[in-house]
Ligand binder design. Sequence first.
Ligand code: FCB
Length: 497
Amino acid sequence: MSLLTRRRLLRRAALSATAAGAARNGLAGAAAAGTVASATTVAGCDGTPDPDGEADPDGALRFPPGFGWGAATSAYQIEGAAKEDGRGESVWDTFSHTPGRTRNGDTGDVAADHYHRYPQDLDLMRDLGLRSYRFSISWPRIQADGSGRPNQRGLDFYRRLVDGLHERGIAPMATLFHWDLPQALQDAGGWENRDTAERFADYADLVFRALGDRVPVWLTVNEPKTVVQNGYLGGHHAPGRQDPAAAYLVAHHLQLAHGLAVRALRATGVEGRIGPALNLHPCYPADETAEAAAATRLYDGYENRLYLDSIFKGAYPADVLADLGPESRMVRGVRDGDLEIISSPVDLLAVQYYTPIYVTGQGDTVRRWPTSEAEWQQIYPEGMYDILTRVTRDYGRVPITITENGLPCPDTLAADGTVDDTARIDFLRDHFAAAHRAVRDGVPLESYHVWSLLDNFEWNEGYEQRWGLVYVDYPTQRRVLKRSAHWYRDVIRRNGL
Ligand code: FCB
């Protein structure tokens, strides 16, 4: 394994260790503490973004007619009802119930209790004026142990949810896998086991047959990279491993699962559209040296091209394969025909953008912009523009949906019943403006889902980070629209800023 790869792994392990006990970084706090790298001129990102500079003649930024303004959630983060109606255990049940794995020992047992309160949540979505809702289906609700006959009660829940969306004029967008792998499959080797990809295709087929007549857009695997990096390198996500050799084999099997699910949809004859959900990170050199440029290129390979090239070009990037080495478990695990499956034509690409990455000549990363409460997130709206235009430039005009973008804020419920999250409004405004500029420059962007509809279980960070447009008072499960939710309703009404 190369020096760069080793350095990256060590850095990630260190990051995850600090993440576990990290002090909360307010925006000002991060800057004051000197965690923002000093401004240097780097290729491709010179200067502060000026997202408002691209206004239409009337001063407004209008999105294309019918633009799909939405919000996103995932099953384990909001549903709760962990033991109800035949749901089996997932790796996240196991992980969150293991002492020391999550902040405050938080689990998704109850979460935002969405499984019981979904009618109320549907009404909230209608009140917000959402046009699209991106949610995930819990695999262990459909197959408790990850294989065999479907659990009708699990399917019925999602049917009720989807029907409720249609009744309110909201388009459903369903993710098949948002990290909650049935524990029984983990016990059989999880994503290290090639057979898990086949099990996923079977599960996808069951879901397509049950819901395919009412779900227009499907997303296969949410952020395969996060499973690889957080689940198998850093170990701060389920299944909590720190095993670089296994990690990239997992990357391959997750992509195989994606491709098999695409083929399963086509085989059913169901009409829906389908694509992957990738968290993409624009990577920039931290300085102007040739070393930084080279290290950034390889970093980009691991962050972006390892998933984009395979799905859209049918080949893993040569530089990443060379860095992993011919004897790596991943390279040895790729069989003839796998890349054809992985590159099965998709109908759209779901992009999730949160942060840029700045890479030094030594392959380390530095911060250049203020971070949010999530210490890994630097606030840089221009990165949204850069990643969207880059995808269109390098991979063609595949329709794009943004399925996640958002900010955690230290939200509190005031005595007068309001939640003032001005920082979230500023963040979203700047990112919407950057996306708008990408549309003006030819990116076929069709919808935008804010992460998240509701405050929820933020994985190893538990309930402390609040990412919702809607505040959840966990002791009472009361929902309160934050100021950003009111603001977003107006954006949707105006179809722009
Ligand atoms: C993404 C995840 C999502 C949420 C946000 C903050 O990586 O897909 O579930 O945790 O980050």
